[in-house]
Write a protein of this length. Structure first.
Length: 352
């Protein structure tokens, strides 16, 4: 295969302007049709029969290395990770008195500092991203998808605020991976969560090192907003049992915020992630920046992240269905039980 049927850039529906609510079917159709054609064109087997596959792969790797990616993103965030971990431990020591004061149950008391810490981290990062994207950038990254790729070249400069946002976000994912393995209680979705951390790190690495940080920041913003609602809901929910008695208002407020979290998950992590981020990477990218070398890898990671969001949406809808339709309490819902016999044993080993 040497050629593919790719439509002219001008025929893309949302090349010049992406409205607040693009047509998701149009975005999906164009992303699949355009992206699959470019994917096939860039596959090593499609590069010609005159050279061996190994030679073609060597040429591709040479083109990537020639961009001189900034490998500093692997090192500096380690210091950020160390600082965040130290702050997390210190905050945990400060917050441990709150569960004792209200006499939370043991499981909630163990998870409470984790959720408070994550809520604070995601809130700071989200406000930072809002400033860069919507205040300083005047929403261009969100409404003009061409801007993600326009003027792309290997030495594209990055402002200091964006640079440090990337360092802190990467350091946070280092920290989350460490805390998921060694600090936090092990949950039922442990392997999915670890996969999410790895995929998120690769997306941050590719978008930073290969200078598509405008799209990278949009991906980070879309996901960080939801994590504020998620961890905030957990924090409130842990107050439902105090002194051995159930309290109505914490669970009632947590139920409301969880429904809000589910709605924003559909809007941001499913709808806007598809119509803004995946559409930009799969349909717009190679029309505007044909020399950008990481089309296949970047789109594979975006698709993997999208499928994980669909997986988590299924769990959310099951929990809401059990709670509000079948009238089951949270404890009776098998979806909510994030610790099974296997993870309970793992948590005991961790504590030991």
């Amino acid at each position: 295969l040497h050629t593919t049927n790719i439509m002219p850039a001008e025929s893309l529906t949302y090349l010049e302007h992406s409205p607040l609510f693009p047509n998701p079917l149009t975005c999906l159709r164009e992303a699949v049709s355009e992206g699959s054609g470019e994917f096939v064109r860039r596959m090593p087997l499609a590069w010609g029969d005159d050279l061996h596959l190994a030679t073609r792969l060597a040429e591709f790797w040479g083109s990537v290395v020639s961009l001189a990616p900034d490998w500093g993103i692997l090192l500096l965030p380690i210091l950020v990770c160390a600082a965040l971990t130290a702050m997390r431990v210190a905050l945990g020591d400060m917050l441990k008195h709150i569960p004792e004061l209200v006499k939370m149950d043991d499981e909630s008391a163990r998870k409470f500092p984790e959720s408070v810490w994550k809520t604070l981290c995601y809130t700071v990062l989200c406000l930072w991203e809002v400033h860069i994207i919507f205040v300083a950038g005047k929403g261009e990254y969100f409404f003009n998808l061409r801007s993600h790729w326009e003027g792309w070249h290997p030495g594209l400069p990055m402002e200091a605020s964006t640079y440090w946002l990337y360092m802190c976000e990467t350091g946070l994912y280092y920290h989350l991976a460490v805390s998921t393995m060694y600090i936090d209680p092990i949950r039922k979705d442990f392997y999915v969560m670890m996969t999410h951390h790895v995929v998120a790190w690769f997306l941050i690495f590719f978008s930073y090192s290969f200078h598509v940080y405008k799209l990278g920041m949009l991906v980070m913003f879309i996901h960080d907003v939801g994590d504020i609602f998620l961890e905030g809901t957990k924090t409130i929910f842990y107050f439902r049992i105090q002194n051995g008695k159930k309290h109505f208002w914490p669970e009632f407020i947590a139920n409301i915020t969880f429904v809000i979290f589910t709605i924003q998950h559909v809007l941001l992590r499913i709808y806007w992630f598809l119509t803004k981020c995946i559409y930009s990477a799969a349909a717009v990218s190679f029309h505007v920046a044909p020399d950008w070398p990481c089309f296949i890898a970047f789109n594979c990671f975006l698709t993997t992240l999208f499928l994980m969001q669909v997986y988590w949406l299924r769990l959310m809808l099951s929990l809401i269905l059990n709670k509000f339709v079948y009238g089951k309490s949270v404890e009776e819902s098998s979806v909510y039980k994030d610790v099974n016999k296997e993870t309970e044993a793992a948590n005991k080993r961790k504590e030991e």
